[in-house]
Design a protein around this ligand. Structure first.
Ligand SMILES: Nc1ncnc2c1ncn2[C@@H]1O[C@H](COP(=O)(O)OP(=O)(O)O)[C@@H](O)[C@H]1O
Ligand SMILES: [Mg+2]
Length: 331
């Protein structure tokens, strides 16, 4: 497997009236070519900020305070805005939950699809037009040539989402980051779009980071799963391991609250308690207040990430007890 993206010890902070607050607290993960990594965790845990950090699209009061992000072996955190802009929409692209945040209401679909192709790939207008039709076809939009002359508001929500995916895929990115792109869609269209992303991933050997709070979606498309809690990665591993042998109490809670994976929507909110505020000082493990297994140690000392398997880690002191079987070691 060829490594595409490597994130090491990423800390992302916001300047606020309450001082500097960390939304992402030293997380590490990687994505290989042709692999889908799903990021899960309840609303506010840092999934979008992680994605936006990689894409260089943080809000103006946000900054990467520590850590490194390498994409195709190039360090991104030291690049200029201009250099990042050249990568974005070209070698890496992002699609969002709400297509209207990515689509410009005053330009036609055709214009918005042609732009990146002319800018990044040097296509002529005519060539870009041909490719735009091809792309709309690929994302299952009927009558694509006609659509090129339409404006975003003339399309249904599902069609707009497909257009945004077409834009995201226009330049054959090596990395696609999808932040809850199907959450607002009905289940049939959601299923079609998941299939589409999965097909394109295989055809183009694209790496995909897919953010979702829906474990049903995870079961369908993930190769690996990263579980976030309060700005940290609490568990990461192959999808089979996460579903069949979850280790972290938070992950177990997420899965236990899913009666069956087809009915997983809103399930993450069913663990009692809520995420701490960013400005809350927490001793020990950040999950301890909600954890049914918390001990004194959990209240005092933050756990390191322990290896369950070579490809599976859990940031929980319980894992240390299991370390006697020699498969679990601090990593
Ligand atoms: N511009 C901002 N300024 C201050 N805090 C922010 C800003 N944007 C996001 N946050 C905070 O960062 C945390 C992580 O947010 P986010 O990554 O959007 O969560 P999610 O997992 O739901 O995508 C949240 O507590 C959110 O309130
Ligand atoms: Mg989000």
């Amino acid at each position: 497997m060829e490594k595409l993206l490597q994130v090491d010890n990423l800390v992302t902070q916001f300047r606020t009236a309450k001082g500097k607050l960390s939304a992402v607290r030293g997380i590490s993960f990687s994505v290989d070519k042709g692999e889908t990594l799903c990021i899960v965790g309840e609303s506010g845990c840092g999934k979008s900020i992680t994605s936006l950090s990689v894409m260089g699209l943080l809000p103006s009061n946000g900054e990467i305070a520590e850590g490194s992000i390498t994409f195709q072996e190039e360090e991104l955190t030291t690049k200029s805005e201009e250099q990042i802009r050249r990568l974005r929409g070209n070698k890496m692209s992002m699609i969002f939950q709400e297509p209207m945040t990515a689509l410009n209401p005053v330009f036609t679909i055709g214009y918005q699809l042609r732009e990146p192709l002319m800018l990044h790939k040097g296509l002529s207008k005519r060539q870009a037009n041909t490719r735009a039709v091809e792309l709309l076809n690929q994302v299952g939009i009927p009558d694509p040539a006609k659509r090129l002359n339409q404006f975003p508001h003339e399309l249904s929500g599902g069609m707009r989402q497909r257009v945004m995916i077409a834009m995201g895929l226009a330049c054959n990115p090596s990395l696609l980051i999808a932040d809850e792109p199907t959450t607002a869609l009905d289940v049939t269209i959601q299923a079609q779009i998941l299939d589409l992303i999965d097909d394109l991933k295989r055809e183009m050997d694209m790496g995909v980071v897919f953010v979702t709070h829906d474990m049903g979606v995870v079961a369908e498309i993930a190769d690996r799963v990263m579980v976030m809690y309060a700005g940290e990665v609490v568990e990461i591993g192959d999808v089979e391991e996460i579903f069949n042998n979850p280790q972290h109490p938070y992950t177990k809670g997420l899965l236990a609250s899913v009666p069956n994976v087809d009915d997983a929507e809103h399930s993450l909110e069913s663990i009692p308690g809520s995420l701490p505020n960013l400005d809350e000082k927490i001793e020990g493990c950040r999950f301890h207040a909600r954890c049914p297994f918390a001990t004194d140690r959990c209240r005092e000392e933050s756990p390191p990430s322990f290896k369950v398997l070579e490809t599976h880690e859990s940031k929980c002191w319980l894992q240390e007890v299991n370390a006697h079987d020699k498969t679990a070691t601090p990593s």
